[in-house]
Design a protein around this ligand. Structure first.
Ligand code: ASP
Length: 357
């Protein structure tokens, strides 16, 4: 009789445990992706550009969805989507990284695991093909959170990560954008990167470099937030930083709590915009703080930070964010932000301009 009772107890406990487990492992997954905010408007975007941006956002979010569908973690999903955006050359990230004032590229990235609060980040790296993968290696393979400058590149080399030549990042359009900006600011123009093809003559303006108009503001950082089937959150951000920045300048993206943050207790955030404001306001952590301590709905928390606190300092930019209870929002105070959302089993939402949902 005793044995029977014990067997019944074990059976009941087993059923309960697996029910709780099944529930936890079968949570519908959720992903959001951004490709930067800025002066992005219909009348300055060609149909081809519009199509290319949407297609790349779709490709990245679908890759992350595939990871989560097959039981992968949110950290894996975030990394896989960001790698695609880094490779695309369309955004200020990875291959598409913009130039600093001295005419070379320094890249920043961060990733955070909301389940464990472990995080990895790199700043001012010069040879990484995939800064997000390097950030993940810092998280997984070192006792540290952040590596910067030559130390980060040395670490990349020591783990035999993918390293590239400076010319990998060369792009005539991005170079000309730098020349335009420095020209309009009356700053010295650095030498063209060694080995780059010579500049097409038509690109030099008739009135000299000082005659160029002020370039449009576009913050093309990329970022991803995801929740996996276990309900665990992760966030990642990867950027070339702000165009014409001083060498050694670090933005908000690699700073945990500023441009990137994830905690299962509150939310996951990836931000984009003028990093200096996002650092001063600890934007990503503040959004999660409002959710965690004030129990604010996520949209209200994000809007409070972007439309009230950031606006008060005249800061520009935006963010994507999700919570463990499947709230998913974005908020930005610029004319556009490249962004996409995908919930398991639902239709994908890809938007660029502010009048899109
Ligand atoms: N936040 C980035 C930085 O300041 C730039 C961006 O979002 O495009 O480095």
């Amino acid at each position: 009789m005793k044995k029977l009772a014990l067997a019944f107890l074990c059976f009941t406990a087993g059923v309960l445990t697996s029910a709780i487990g099944a529930q936890a492992t079968n949570k519908p997954w959720l992903i959001e992706v951004h490709g930067g905010a800025g002066d992005i408007a219909r009348d300055t975007t060609t149909p081809e550009q519009d199509k290319a941006f949407r297609a790349t956002l779709a490709q990245a979010i679908q890759a992350a969805g595939k990871v989560l569908n097959s039981g992968g973690t949110s950290v894996q999903a975030v990394e896989s989507a960001i790698r695609i955006l880094e490779d695309s050359g369309l955004f200020d990230s990875g291959k598409g990284a913009i130039y600093n004032a001295a005419g070379f590229n320094e890249l920043d990235a961060a990733i955070m695991d909301g389940k464990t609060l472990r995080a990895g980040s790199v700043a001012a790296v010069r040879t990484a093909k995939h800064p997000i993968t390097l950030a993940r290696a810092v998280m997984d393979q070192t006792p540290h959170v952040m590596l910067v400058g030559p130390g980060a590149d040395q670490f990349l080399s020591s783990i035999h990560g993918e390293q590239v030549d400076p010319l990998y990042y060369f792009n005539e359009g991005k170079w000309q954008a730098l020349v335009k900006q420095l020209g309009s600011e009356g700053k010295p123009i650095p030498l063209r990167p060694a080995g780059a093809p010579s500049a097409p003559a038509a690109l030099v303006p008739a009135g000299g470099l000082a005659s160029v108009e002020k370039p449009a503001r576009h913050y093309g950082t990329v970022g991803v937030v995801a929740m996996d089937r276990h309900g665990n959150l992760a966030a990642g951000t990867s950027t070339g930083g702000s165009q014409g920045k001083l060498p050694g300048r670090m933005g908000d993206s690699p700073i945990i709590g500023a441009g990137t943050y994830a905690s299962n207790e509150s939310c996951a955030v990836s931000a984009t915009g003028v990093g200096e404001y996002f650092i001063r306001l600890t934007i990503a952590r503040d959004v999660c703080g409002l959710v965690q301590y004030e129990h604010m709905p996520l949209q209200q928390a994000a809007d409070t930070i972007i439309h009230t606190r950031l606006k008060k300092l005249d800061g520009v930019g935006g963010l994507i964010a999700i919570t463990p209870d499947s709230q998913a929002v974005w908020s930005f105070n610029t004319p556009g932000m490249y962004r996409a959302r995908l919930r398991q089993g639902a239709k994908m939402n890809i938007s660029i301009y502010s009048d899109e949902p």
